[in-house]
Design a protein around this ligand. Structure first.
Ligand code: HXC
Length: 520
């Protein structure tokens, strides 16, 4: 304890001794347990995330608030390390929960450390990165810990769209420790060592009698494949943290700024002759939309978001001529690219994320329509599909739509047609825009004629050919101005870069409102 009359050296020694205690967290034994589980400690994670030597710690000496059940309990650093640093030279704010201190549980002062850096991030216009490894609300602090979460959730929500918020899940996260990440822009998980659940296996067993492991309940596989809660999974802490750095490279510091430009040696006028081998003109045959994306973007680099959930739609970040771009593309290899509930949710969320952070959107269309089925209708495909319509219409960033092959029905609109707000619509010669495929259309419109015919199959073939002639090509839509140009596939990259450059200073306003009422 500091006493009057202490010498300077003693004062410095006291500071160092106190700091050392904080930095030791829950002690060597618990840290070793953390490492044995393949995890880094809270401070090692910060070192791995930030540019070397850039971390400036804040709230180092904060202590818990006490209360009857916390009497005599030591919580070095209050169970969380907070501060600022840089990633590729750009300032970010970071908190790293320390599982070795009371399971990284969140008490009132632990929350105060986190909200302090969230507020600084909002005031200075910088991203917030949360490294989550927490057992949730600190049971001993009761309502104070709930209040702490409330303060964090409130800020997650009000700073949403103002500054990027990224959550890395690096341990068993329960209760409030998962709802805060759920309010942020992106969730990245480590395979085999991170879990997310509202209530853990023990509580579930006592309530529903279901027997489930941590992994099967809320592991990275579950949340990146089944629930869609998490966006990306990696092998281990270091890979997750590298993933956070990579992701940030596509985003601006805040909603007022543009994403950073990355120089590339990939020529803007590189021809895309490979597309002629990738894309199959036969509407019934699949091809690799991922290969199309890799062919078009700078250096073939595509950061796919939610690659293993709702795989019938592909979303992610890439660069064109050094500029960040968000890509939304149908995947003809899964459900023939049809839109279903999960695909609509995934795309709508991604489009809104791009719009928040000034990332232009490129939409690649090859879609049969919305997925038919009782299950989809009863689960609310109308409500979920509407999110996509809403998100595209609401977005004011530059929007280019390229119809690669078929574009039918309501999905034509949901994939950002001209009428839904696309600034420029291109099509390849392989494109077809219609209310539905020619066979389905002929069967419905000419059913009576086909049935009455002496040779129904010949009549059907004739009607299908007739409908194809009328609609199964890009030129009808182009003749009506719904498509701005039908372009050679080989020149697509150059066209896209030129067109996004043309749209760079685009400004679009919307009527006054508090906020829109998006279908949820
Ligand atoms: C205080 C806690 C704690 C908690 C664990 N600890 N959970 N301390 N509050 N919520 C302490 C343990 O006593 C132990 O201390 C240390 O953290 C590590 O815990 P273990 O159980 O030994 O670790 P492990 O086996 O890895 O299990 C991790 C776990 C489990 C799955 C997270 O601890 C667990 O289920 N905890 C309770 C989770 C929970 O129900 N939280 C409340 C959620 S409600 P020592 O001293 O031994 O190291 C919530 C409200 C907000 O968050 C909701 C808003 C919507």
């Amino acid at each position: 304890m500091t006493q009057p009359g202490m010498e300077l050296q003693e004062l410095i020694a006291e500071m160092e001794q106190r700091r050392g205690k904080v930095e030791a967290g829950g002690g060597k034994e618990r840290q070793q347990k953390q490492r044995d589980g393949g995890k880094l400690t809270a401070r090692e994670r910060i070192d791995a995330l930030l540019d070397p030597g850039s971390f400036l710690e804040m709230g180092t000496f904060v202590e818990h608030r006490g209360g009857r059940l916390m009497q005599g309990v030591e919580a070095p650093g209050e169970g969380v390390v907070t501060g600022r640093g840089t990633i590729d030279g750009r300032q970010v704010f970071v908190f790293s929960q320390d599982f070795t201190v009371l399971g990284g549980s969140l008490g009132k002062m632990n929350a105060a450390k986190i909200t302090k850096i969230m507020d600084l991030a909002a005031k200075t216009g910088c991203p917030v990165i949360g490294l989550n490894d927490s057992a949730g609300a600190r049971i001993q602090e009761g309502v104070d810990s709930l209040s702490g979460y409330g303060e964090i959730f409130y800020r997650n929500a009000i700073y949403s769209g103002a500054v990027p918020q990224i959550s890395a899940i690096l341990g068993p996260c329960a209760g409030g420790a998962v709802y805060s990440p759920a309010l942020t822009d992106f969730i990245l998980m480590s395979e085999g060592s991170s879990y997310m659940f509202i209530t853990g296996p023990e509580v579930i067993k006592s309530v529903t009698r279901e027997d489930v492991t941590f992994e099967a309940l809320g592991g990275a596989d579950v949340h990146t494949r089944k629930s869609g809660v998490a966006h990306l999974e990696y092998d281990g802490d270091a890979a997750v943290l590298a993933g956070v750095r990579d992701l940030l490279g596509y985003l601006p510091q805040n909603a007022h700024e543009q994403p950073p430009v990355h120089q590339t040696d990939d020529p803007v006028d590189r021809r895309n002759d490979n597309l002629l081998d990738i894309v199959v003109p036969d509407q019934r045959k699949p091809y690799a939309m991922h290969a199309v994306i890799h062919e078009l973007v700078d250096d073939g680099t595509f950061l796919e978001i939610q690659p293993n959930w709702a795989k019938n739609i592909v979303v992610g970040f890439a660069r064109l001529g050094g500029q960040s771009v968000g890509i939304v593309a149908n995947n003809p290899r899964v459900m023939a690219g049809a839109l279903n509930i999960d695909a609509a949710d995934k795309a709508a969320r991604f489009i809104r994320t791009c719009d928040c952070y000034n990332v232009p959107v490129l939409t690649l269309v090859d879609v049969t329509g919305f997925l038919p089925g009782v299950a989809q209708e009863h689960a609310g495909i109308i409500r979920h599909g509407a999110k996509m319509l809403y998100a595209y219409a609401e977005a004011t960033v530059p929007k280019i739509t390229l119809i690669t092959r078929k574009s039918y029905g309501g999905a034509y609109l949901a994939m950002n047609s001209r009428d839904m707000g696309a600034d420029v619509v291109y099509a390849w010669p392989t494109a077809a825009v219609a209310v539905m495929g020619a066979e389905g259309a002929a069967n419905i419109v000419y059913r009576r004629e086909i049935n009455a015919s002496d040779n129904p199959e010949a009549t059907r073939a004739e009607k299908i050919a007739d409908y194809k002639d009328a609609f199964d090509n890009p030129y009808v839509a182009a003749s009506k101005g719904y498509i701005d140009d039908v372009i050679p596939m080989e020149e697509t990259r150059q066209r896209l870069i030129q067109t996004f450059a043309m749209l760079r200073d685009k400004a679009e306003t919307r009527p006054y409102k508090k906020h829109g009422n998006m279908p949820l």
